[in-house]
Write a protein that binds this ligand. Structure first.
Ligand SMILES: [Zn+2]
Length: 95
């Protein structure tokens, strides 16, 4: 970054991303003038937004699956219980 006061190359003194945007701070070694530059959206903010979008899409997919096939999300009875239920059913039918 070039100093707006004396035209010298400025040194970067700080970089802040806490606002969700990359803000670089510069200071001129020649005249002491300090300035800052907005570098755009910070990487962590982009990743955060992408993660939020993934979560929303996963939730939407899960909701769609439940609506399409409710059996898939509910585990059936264990085989032993289901076998006993079949026997009980036969026994009841014979009575
Ligand atoms: Zn300067």
């Amino acid at each position: 970054m070039i100093c707006t006061k004396c035209g010298a190359e400025m040194d970067q003194t700080d970089k802040n991303t806490f606002t969700g945007r990359v803000i670089r701070e510069y200071e001129c070694r020649s005249c002491g003038h300090s300035d800052w530059q907005d570098e755009g959206v910070a990487l962590w903010q982009v990743l955060h937004d992408a993660a939020e979008q993934d979560k929303a899409e996963a939730a939407a997919r899960a909701a769609a699956n439940v609506a399409a096939d409710p059996q898939e999300t509910q585990p059936g009875p264990p085989p032993a219980l289901s076998f006993r239920q079949r026997l009980t059913g036969l026994f009841r039918r014979e009575k």
